[in-house]
Design a protein around this ligand. Structure first.
Ligand SMILES: Nc1ncnc2c1ncn2[C@@H]1O[C@H](COP(=O)(O)OP(=O)(O)OP(=O)(O)O)[C@@H](O)[C@H]1O
Ligand SMILES: [Mg+2]
Length: 456
C-alpha cells in the first residue's frame, strides 16, 4: 500500500455530522420513504432533490442552479450530501463553503473558478497501444559514459513480460528505466507500459506470488490475458481541475493523459487563465473527435450568504458559459443585506437577478416525532445508548431550540451517563446537559436580561 500516492484532487467531504446520510431514500417512483437511507421526513425537499438528480444524470441541468433554503438545522447540508451519494462517484461533486473564498493569497474569483472546474468532469476514452504482463526479467544494460570519465550510464533496459499467452522480451529506452524505478517495479509484478508515452503503471503483484500468510499490504492481480503487445481501451474520469493541475507544471510526455500520471500536490498560484483557455481548447477538440465526453457535475456552495456581490456577479457570468456545472446553493438566511453592498437588501442575501434563474427547494422545521427519529439515528451512528423517554425529551428540547443543538447534547450526555456509572443516557442526564449548556435562543435571552453585566 502506498500512502504517499496522492493522485486525485477531489476534496474530502465534511462528513462526521452527516455520516449517517447514505442517499435520498426515494422509492422507484421518486417518492420519499419516510425513513430511508439515513434521512427522516422533509419529504418534498427530498423528492425535489430526486428530480434534480435525474436531471443531472440525463445531462439536462448544466449551467443551472438550485437553492436549498430553510431555517438552521433543517437538513439542507444533509440533503445536498445525499444528492452527492445518489450521483455516485462518476459524477464530480465539489462541496465548498461560501467563506472559503476569502483568502489573503488567492483572489476570490480564482477560488470560485477552481471549484467550478473541480465540478466539471471529463470522461476520456482512448485506445492505447500497451505492453502488459508479469515482469520475468529486468536488466539494465550499462555502457561507458560517452562523455568520458569513469561513470557508467544505462543505455537500455531489457525487460521480459509474461501473459497467459506467452512471453516477450523488450528493449526499452533508459527514460523508461527511471519510471520503472519510480514505480518500484520488481520481477513478479504485473505492469503495463504505454507504447506512445512510455508511462509505466504497476498494477500489483502477480497472484502466483501470493502466499497465505502475508504481512505486507500488497495487491495481488491475475496474470494478464492475451498478447503482451495489444490495444487496450482505457477510460479515465478526470475533472478539468485535474487537467489544470497536471498541466501547470508539465513534466515529460506530450499528451494530456501522460501528464495526468504525474499529478503533484496542487500549488494554486500556477494555474493561469491562459492555461485554462488552452486546456478548454484541447478539451473541446477531444469532445468534437468523440474521444472525450463532458460530465457536468455539481458545485455545492453551502452558506452562500457569505459570498459578496463580486462573487455573485462572477458566478452569474460563469453559469452562462458553455462548460458549466450544476450549482447547488444552501442558505438559512431570510431577507438580509448582500455582502459587499451598503444597503441592498435581498431575499437570502443574494442578488435578485441571480435568484431569478434559480430553482428554490424549501426545507421546513421538523416535528418532534421526526426529531426523535433523527436523534435515534444519530445516537446509533455514534454508538450512544439512550432510552425512549429521554429521546423524546431531547426531541422536545430540539423543537424549542434547534435540531443541531439537540444532536450536540448527545455526546456530553453520554459522557455524563458514564460518570454516573450508567450505560444508557437517562432523563437526568438530558436535564443536566440542558442546564449546563445554552442553546442560542436562551443564551440571547440571558444576554438581554443581564445586559448591564456585559462589556459593550
Ligand atoms: N431529514 C433528516 N434526516 C436525518 N438527519 C438529518 C435530517 N435533517 C438533518 N439531519 C441531521 O441534522 C444535523 C443538522 O442538519 P444540517 O446540517 O443538514 O442542517 P442545515 O439545514 O444545513 O443547517 P444550517 O442552516 O445551520 O447549515 C446534521 O447532523 C444532519 O445530518
Ligand atoms: Mg448547513
Amino acid at each position: 500500500m502506498k500512502i504517499e500516492e496522492v493522485k486525485s484532487t477531489s476534496k474530502a467531504q465534511r462528513i462526521a455530522s452527516h455520516s449517517h446520510v447514505k442517499g435520498l431514500g426515494l422509492d422507484e417512483n421518486g417518492y420519499a420513504i419516510q425513513t430511508a437511507a439515513g434521512l427522516v421526513g422533509q419529504e418534498s425537499a427530498r423528492e425535489a432533490a430526486g428530480i434534480i438528480v435525474e436531471l443531472i444524470k440525463s445531462k439536462k441541468m448544466a449551467g443551472r442552479a438550485v437553492l436549498l433554503a430553510g431555517p438552521p438545522g433543517t437538513g439542507k447540508t444533509a440533503i445536498a450530501l445525499a444528492i452527492a451519494q445518489e450521483l455516485g462517484t462518476k459524477v464530480p461533486f465539489c462541496p465548498m463553503v461560501g467563506s472559503e473564498v476569502y483568502s489573503s493569497e488567492i483572489k476570490k474569483t480564482e477560488v470560485l473558478m477552481e471549484n467550478f472546474r473541480r465540478a466539471i468532469g471529463l470522461r476520456i476514452k482512448e485506445t492505447k497501444e500497451v505492453y502488459d504482463g508479469e515482469v520475468t526479467e529486468l536488466t539494465p544494460v550499462e555502457t561507458e559514459n560517452p562523455m568520458g570519465g569513469y561513470g557508467k550510464t544505462v543505455s537500455h533496459v531489457i525487460i521480459g513480460l509474461k501473459t497467459s499467452k506467452g512471453t516477450k522480451q523488450l528493449k526499452l529506452d533508459p527514460s523508461i528505466y527511471e519510471s520503472l524505478q519510480k514505480e518500484k517495479v520488481e520481477v513478479g509484478d504485473v505492469i503495463y507500459i504505454e507504447a506512445n508515452s512510455g508511462a509505466v503503471k504497476r498494477q500489483g503483484r502477480s497472484d502466483s506470488f501470493a502466499t497465505e500468510f502475508d504481512l505486507e499490504a500488497e495487491e495481488y492481480v491475475p496474470l494478464p490475458k492475451g498478447d503482451v503487445h495489444k490495444k487496450k481501451e482505457v477510460i479515465q474520469d478526470v475533472t478539468l481541475h485535474d487537467l489544470d493541475i497536471a498541466n501547470a507544471r508539465p513534466q515529460g510526455g506530450q499528451d494530456i493523459m501522460s501528464m495526468m500520471g504525474q499529478l503533484m500536490k496542487p500549488k494554486k498560484t500556477e494555474i493561469t487563465d491562459k492555461l485554462r483557455k488552452e486546456i478548454n481548447k484541447v478539451v473541446n477538440k477531444y469532445i468534437d473527435q468523440g474521444i472525450a465526453e463532458l460530465v457536468p457535475g455539481v458545485l455545492f456552495i453551502d452558506e452562500v450568504h457569505m459570498l459578496d456581490i463580486e462573487c455573485f456577479t462572477y458566478l452569474h457570468r460563469a453559469l452562462e458559459s458553455t462548460i458549466a456545472p450544476i450549482v447547488i446553493f444552501a442558505t438559512n438566511r431570510g431577507k438580509c443585506t448582500i455582502k459587499g453592498t451598503d444597503d441592498i437588501v435581498a431575499p437570502h442575501g443574494m442578488p435578485l437577478d441571480l435568484l431569478d434563474r434559480i430553482m428554490i427547494i424549501r426545507t421546513l422545521p421538523y416535528r418532534s416525532e421526526e426529531m426523535a427519529q433523527i436523534l435515534r439515528i444519530r445516537s446509533q451512528t455514534e454508538s450512544i445508548q439512550i432510552d425512549d423517554d429521554s429521546l423524546q425529551m431531547l426531541a422536545n428540547i430540539g423543537t424549542k431550540s434547534t435540531l443541531r443543538y439537540a444532536v450536540q447534547l448527545l455526546t456530553p450526555g453520554n459522557i455524563m451517563a458514564h460518570i454516573n456509572g450508567k450505560e444508557c443516557i437517562g432523563k437526568d442526564e438530558v436535564e443536566e446537559m440542558n442546564q449546563l449548556f445554552f442553546d442560542a435562543k436562551s443564551s440571547a435571552k440571558h444576554l438581554a436580561q443581564h445586559e448591564d453585566k456585559y462589556m459593550k
